[in-house]
Design a protein around this ligand. Sequence first.
Ligand code: ZN
Length: 65
Amino acid sequence: MTEPTQTQPPTDTPSAYGWCAWHQGHAHGVRLIEVQEQASGPGGNVFACRPCREAYDLVPFADRP
Ligand SMILES: [Zn+2]
């Protein structure tokens, strides 16, 4: 586990890294699925990774008509 001294900007990373709410873990390639508006609290944007999107037939928020 060596930390790189130089940080290279992501050149070819079309996928985002974040929390998948479906399998309860971090994953690459998460997409925003739902925007939950809440008056108080952390509220939430719900993300799902690609395997979960395929497994649960989820449509990304941005891809909806
Ligand atoms: Zn997932």
